[in-house]
Write a protein that binds this ligand. Structure first.
Ligand code: FES
Length: 103
């Protein structure tokens, strides 16, 4: 099993929102939706925009540049112009810390 990387204190998570995080040279977006936490690459698969600057509506993140949307649960593209899925990362919240499985 791939290792889990400690990335954040659970009380630093956004509330029903998205934040960007640099982890091991990667740009990761972390989302909370109700009590669930999700993580994907932060850079849009369509162009060079950071999804943490976009708008989270339920499980949908809207890219700030051309308004493409992805489902944060699995990274799948939901509308034009995005067609390539976002890479997603498994998340575990335990003992007040947030862990990601990066590989
Ligand atoms: Fe994200 Fe174009 S850069 S939709």
């Amino acid at each position: 099993e791939a290792p889990w990387t400690d990335v954040l204190a659970a009380d630093e998570l956004p509330t029903d929102d998205v934040c960007g995080l640099a982890v091991d040279g990667r740009d990761i977006a972390i989302y909370t939706v109700a009590d669930a936490v999700y993580a994907t690459d932060n850079i849009c698969t369509h162009g060079h925009a950071r999804l943490c600057d976009g708008f989270l509506d339920g499980h949908e993140i809207e890219c700030p540049l051309h308004q493409g949307k992805f489902d944060v649960r699995d990274g799948r593209p939901l509308c034009d112009p995005v067609t390539v899925p976002l890479r997603r990362y498994p998340v575990r919240v335990e003992g007040g810390r947030v862990y990601l499985q990066l590989d």
